[in-house]
Ligand binder design. Structure first.
Ligand SMILES: NC(=O)c1ccc[n+]([C@@H]2O[C@H](COP(=O)([O-])OP(=O)(O)OC[C@H]3O[C@@H](n4cnc5c(N)ncnc54)[C@H](OP(=O)(O)O)[C@@H]3O)[C@@H](O)[C@H]2O)c1
Length: 313
């Protein structure tokens, strides 16, 4: 049976990759966001995937439950893929922004869960490795490890997960990490600019994790939905690319793949870059569960990074 699938936050990094991976899908995807698509993203979508890629955006504010219910009813939606969130980790620490961050990262996912529960549908939601970090650890985090966020972003994302679970809706929550893509603002694009313009650069080496190419995560989500693999397997899953690196190693590979090797990149400690939020020093996700449940193959981080850097360049 063909399903109608709603993608929220479709004009962000993951949302735009969902546009690419769902091209030619048997199901019907409806791309929604609170804002219009950015002209530079439309240009990139055409560059990467030709003129027939769907760049249209239907307006939907996921903080508005009535609007979600209406959209679900009018379009007979059976699955929602929620790519919308407050993603500015430092900005979330502004006390004046707390209510807004909680609304978007915790209440809005609950709205989507309520709407899907009412029609017996599935909510696919994205969370983060920043739900961990408060307790020191040096082994990859499993799905059932207790959440110990160190900042407002991680805390509100944890509340979002809990709110979804409490509705009893069928759900897949993918916790991911260090997301980058050809779209919007991200670490790869920032470092591409800096390594091209600065003779020297210091990057922290005492925070390690795993970069995730948003395209790979979008593809995994798409395959699970397309093959209806999620039936009877709802729950929380970890997904990042394979491998482990520091932000310093990540930057070195960005420079190498872009050919910008004139910049002298040196490792430094986190305390040289004071930040409003304490980030986890070891933030590696264990992906055994998602691989066992869905039989998906996850690309190694350098392999995917190279592809993305080539696309951007
Ligand atoms: N980025 C990372 O490093 C990272 C790491 C781990 C997990 N994640 C998670 O992965 C998911 C995708 O992240 P991303 O980097 O693709 O996010 P993103 O690029 O920031 O995109 C989020 C999209 O949601 C839109 N949005 C904001 N408020 C909305 C509302 N009320 N209703 C509907 N849409 C709204 C945003 O519009 P505006 O731009 O106009 O606000 C934006 O287009 C998020 O759940 C995030 O928490 C991200």
């Amino acid at each position: 049976m063909i399903m109608n699938i709603l993608v929220t936050g479709a004009n962000g990094q993951l949302g735009n990759e969902m546009r690419i991976v769902t091209k030619g899908a048997k199901d019907k995807y409806i791309f929604t966001d609170i804002c219009d698509e950015h002209p530079e993203s439309i240009e990139m979508l055409h560059k990467l995937d030709g003129d027939d890629i769907d760049t249209s955006t239907t307006k939907l504010d996921i903080t508005n439950l009535d609007a979600i219910r209406k959209m679900v009813k009018v379009n007979d939606v059976k699955v929602v893929v929620n790519c919308a969130a407050w993603t500015n980790v430092d900005g979330a620490e502004d006390p004046e922004k707390y209510d807004l961050v909680e609304l978007l990262n915790a209440k809005a996912p609950e709205n989507l869960a309520i709407a899907m529960k009412e029609v017996g549908g599935l909510l696919v939601h994205i969370s983060t490795d920043y739900v961990f970090g408060g307790d020191p650890y040096n082994t990859p985090c499993k799905e059932d490890q207790k959440g110990t966020p160190t900042g407002v972003y991680g805390l509100t994302k944890l509340h979002g997960e809990q709110n979804i679970q409490n509705t009893g809706v069928d759900h897949l929550i993918f916790r991911t990490a260090w997301l980058y893509s050809e779209f919007g603002k991200n670490f790869v694009k920032t470092m591409l600019k800096l390594t091209a313009t600065k003779p020297q650069l210091k990057v922290v080496f005492d925070q390690v994790g795993t970069p995730t190419y948003a395209y790979d995560l979008a593809k995994a989500i798409f395959e699970i939905i397309e093959q209806r693999k999620y039936e009877r397997k709802t729950g929380i899953y970890h997904y990042s690319n394979e491998g482990v690196c520091s932000w310093f190693d990540f930057t070195k590979m960005i420079a190498e793949y872009s050919g910008q090797i004139a910049c002298d990149i040196q490792p430094c400690h986190s305390d040289e870059f004071p930040s409003p939020v304490k980030r986890p020093f070891f933030s590696v996700l264990d992906k055994t569960k998602v691989k066992d449940a869905y039989g998906i193959k996850i690309p190694y981080w350098t392999f995917s990074l190279k592809k993305c850097v080539i696309n951007i360049k």
